[in-house]
Design a protein around this ligand. Structure first.
Ligand code: ADP
Ligand code: GN1
Ligand code: MG
Length: 371
């Protein structure tokens, strides 16, 4: 789809004159563009995004969440770390003072400052990076623990309600409108045989054992910006799904996206595995920031959360493949099926190493909590 980026950009309070716009990023939902503007003292860059409003049904509510969260984080940093405060996301207002702009076609757009000299990775390049990315998600949750005011809006209701994801999968499978179930018998069987994974966390929340906090809910490793030179964490981005959720969802997503040295749609499944050395770095990094607020039950279920979130993601990719690729962007045939297969392989790999992973987690907290 071609958009008139120049005209859309002109709706926002940008500094300088737009001189370049380019498509950017590898996300599955929104469309991202970089904007470069010429100013009197050099240049200024921005990130322009088209919000997928089929997925985010209430862009204004979502943007209110993002404004509150980013303002809170910048405000807290301003006292302790001014330089870091400057490198956090800021929502750039429209000329009318709104957080997003609706164009004639009903598309919703928003603009952020571009975080300079910072990078994201789809796959990790070193164990230190795993530590840092996980530390940043722990940090993010810690920064939001005292967010004042009402609960954040549910940007997508039941986003991580896995039993609902499972139910939707069953319905899609039953309809099999594209006649694709025949392509995935082993995967379908795996989902149906492991259904009990889905209910564990909702039950613990129901029993009051695990608290609902503010979570990022899309804690992929490429949603943390690292300093381009030092690779130290700078900020957490992609805040569309920040809303009430479990701390465990974010840790689980980190394990899902960081512990295999492969892309999410890798076709050679022999390369896909949960590498425990990477898991250990994730646990250490996350615990460094989160140990002070995590409850014993949350700590106990960290390993489980990895299995859960990877299984949930498998269900989501497989359901979308069966439904005809209507939710996630695909760039080739069977991509969603390939994505669901990597997730299945990862779940299997986690199941094989569950005990060792639990030992790692226990050890990490023993060391941190030791006087
Ligand atoms: P998606 O939902 O498509 O993953 P993101 O908000 O994560 O969208 O943006 C996609 C990519 O664009 C990110 O992984 C990051 O590399 C880059 N990006 C997004 N926002 C910024 C920003 N404010 N500054 C610099 N780069 C950004
Ligand atoms: C989507 O847009 P992106 O790539 O950050 C999805 C996540 C999935 C992820 C799988 C709103 O995230 O929930 O975990 O793809 N976002 C939404 O890679 O559904
Ligand atoms: Mg992203």
């Amino acid at each position: 789809m071609e958009y008139d980026i120049e005209s859309i950009a002109s709706q926002f309070m940008l500094q300088g004159r737009l001189i370049e716009a380019a498509s950017f990023g590898s996300g599955h939902i929104n469309d991202t563009f970089t904007l470069r503007c010429q100013t009197d003292d050099g240049g200024k860059s921005y990130i322009l995004q088209r919000i997928n409003h089929q997925v985010f049904r209430n862009p204004a509510a979502m943007m209110e969440n993002i404004r509150r969260v980013t303002t809170h984080i910048r405000g807290k940093l301003r006292d302790q770390a001014e330089e870091l405060a400057q490198r956090q996301l800021t929502v750039i207002e429209t000329n009318d003072g709104d957080a997003c702009f609706e164009d004639d076609q009903g598309n919703f757009w928003r603009v952020y400052n571009r975080i300079e000299q910072a990078v994201t990775y789809d796959t990790l390049e070193s164990p230190e990076m795993a530590y840092e990315v996980a530390r940043m998600f722990g940090w993010f949750q810690r920064m939001l623990i005292d967010l004042p005011g009402p609960l954040l809006h549910k940007a997508i209701p039941d986003f991580h309600t896995t039993p609902k994801r499972f139910k939707n999968f069953q319905e899609v499978l039953h309809r099999d409108t594209c006649n694709r179930a025949k392509d995935a018998p082993a995967e379908i069987r795996f989902v149906l045989e492991n259904a009990e994974i889905c209910d564990v966390l909702p039950n613990l929340v129901g029993e009051g054992k695990i608290p609902v906090r503010i979570a990022h809910n899309d804690a992929k490793i490429n949603n943390v910006m690292l300093d381009a030179r030092t690779h130290k964490g700078v900020c957490v981005i992609d805040l569309d799904t920040v809303m009430p959720g479990l701390s465990l969802y974010d840790f689980g997503d980190l394990v899902r996206t960081a512990t295999s040295p492969t892309e999410e749609d890798e076709r050679d499944l022999s390369k896909v595995s949960m590498q425990i050395s990477r898991f250990e770095m994730l646990a250490k990094g996350f615990a460094e920031e989160a140990h002070a607020f995590l409850t014993p039950a949350e700590k106990k279920y960290l390993t489980f959360s990895a299995k859960l979130i990877t299984f949930e993601q498998m269900i989501r990719f497989l359901a979308d493949y069966l439904a005809g690729d209507i939710y996630y962007k695909v760039h080739r045939e069977r991509q969603n099926l390939d994505r669901s297969r990597t997730q299945m392989k990862l779940v299997q790999s986690i199941i094989e190493q569950e005990e060792a992973m639990n030992d790692v987690v226990e050890d990490v907290f023993r060391r941190i909590d030791a006087p």
